[in-house]
Design a protein around this ligand. Structure first.
Ligand code: DSN
Length: 413
């Protein structure tokens, strides 16, 4: 892509973008929810499709001139259906939280009871936290992970469901490293007559590639963002059984949103097309191999990983044994050019703004082409930085090593 117009017309913004571009090129990205899109996805986002208003759905719009936009959205829907074996797809949600808001609006009335995973056990704000719209509008009851194993306790989920009789059960997470027992959730929901809702935002790419189990054929409704392991543009999708198609579509528009972002819909279609290719399965397989190699290396160096390891792309490192907290560790690693996000650990004694752990993920470094060998090198860099946090010379030396590693695994921009 060339950017002559932007660079000439607005050097101030151009300079900021240039510096962020350099930062991404020279630093290691371990935030579990981030990734690098392909040039094709990036190019689709920067198109004239952004100029169009297209409230409604293909063939049923509220504005004229949408006969070409209809083709884009239909293609996005069809590719997504194929990718996840989905009966119905809504490709318009602008992002994860609005998608989840639309799901709740489609199935629930304010005050209805819903079961979701606690935030400090790996859940998401939109799964019922009290400061979020979900916890304010709906009556959320929360389940957690087993204190000893760090794994979701399905007996506890069942006991809470039998006691509380929720109208909906939410399965999904933003910081949990184990496979979700979709069938187990479905059985419990059937026992109590609850709707099943899976939020697969983090693992959508791994599911699409067939390396993790797919809840779409068994759950009533599934939401996902498109920009994490799925490696598409910033946005979301909702998939559901055909019987719920109308209520989902009505909840997205006119319920929650106005005009869809058609340039993003096009980029979603491009990303779904990429995920349908065999190379994407190899990519997803390597994401998990890399995460497992990284977790093993951390454990070998005396770090505690919540649940003892990982089945997916992420791990939560409990720093309490190291005498550190998440915010401090995040800052130290930022100094050497490694981005991570601080994270709560189950039953965290520290507050959410300064929790006891770090969440680390491998989707972005895997996109760069890094493999198990590099994961060990990265853990070594992290370990050295955390052990020498006051030594500025050492931190500068580590920063140079991070940059050096990144230049060997260039981004395609
Ligand atoms: N902010 C995303 C994450 O980092 O997991 C979830 O919304």
């Amino acid at each position: 892509m060339t950017y002559e117009n932007l660079s000439q017309q607005d050097p101030e913004i151009w300079d900021i973008i240039g510096r962020e571009n350099k930062r991404q090129a020279e630093e290691i990205e371990l935030i579990a929810s981030e990734n690098y899109v392909s040039r094709a996805v990036l190019e689709a986002m920067a198109t004239v499709l952004t100029n169009k208003y297209s409230e409604g759905y293909p063939g049923k719009r509220y504005y004229g001139g949408n006969y070409i936009i209809d083709e884009v959205e239909t293609l996005a829907i069809e590719r997504c259906q194929k990718l996840f074996k989905a009966e119905h797809v809504n490709a318009q949600p602008l992002s994860g939280s609005p998608a989840n808001a639309a799901v709740y609006m489609a199935f629930l009335e304010p005050g209805d009871k819903v079961l979701g995973l606690k935030l400090d056990h790996g859940g998401h704000l939109s799964h019922g936290h009290s400061v979020n719209f979900s916890g304010r509008l709906y009556n959320f009851v929360q389940y957690g992970v087993n204190e000893k194993t760090g794994i979701i306790d399905m007996d506890e989920v069942r006991a809470i469901a039998l006691r509380e009789k929720p109208k909906m059960i939410v399965a999904g997470f933003s910081a949990y490293s184990r496979e979700i027992d979709w069938t187990g959730f479905k059985k419990i929901a059937d026992e109590v007559g609850a709707y099943t809702f899976a939020d697969i935002a983090h693992i959508a790419g791994l599911i699409a590639a067939g390396v993790l189990a797919n809840p779409v054929p068994i759950f009533d409704v599934v939401s996902s963002t498109t920009h994490k392991t799925l490696r598409g543009p910033r946005g979301a999708i909702i998939m559901c059984k055909e019987q719920f198609a109308k209520q989902i579509d009505r909840a997205v528009f006119p319920g929650m949103q106005g005009g869809p972002h058609d340039h993003i819909t096009a980029a979603k279609a491009v990303a779904f097309g990429e995920a349908l290719k065999p190379e994407f399965k190899a990519y997803a397989t390597q994401i998990i191999k890399n995460a497992q190699a990284m977790a093993a290396e951390f454990i070998g160096r005396g770090y505690k990983i919540v649940s003892g390891g990982t089945d997916n792309h992420l791990m939560v490192v409990d720093l309490s044994l190291k005498g550190l907290v998440g915010k401090e560790a995040e800052k130290i690693l930022e100094k050497i050019g490694i981005s991570v996000s601080r994270s709560t650990i189950p039953n965290d004694p520290n507050p959410p703004m300064n929790p006891s752990g770090l969440r680390i993920g491998t989707p972005a470094v895997t996109t760069r082409g890094m493999k198990e060998t590099e994961m060990k090198i990265i853990v070594d860099l992290i370990d050295q930085a955390l052990n020498n946090k006051e030594d500025e010379n050492k931190l500068n030396e580590l920063k140079a090593k991070v940059k050096d590693l990144c230049t060997k695994f260039k981004l395609d921009y």
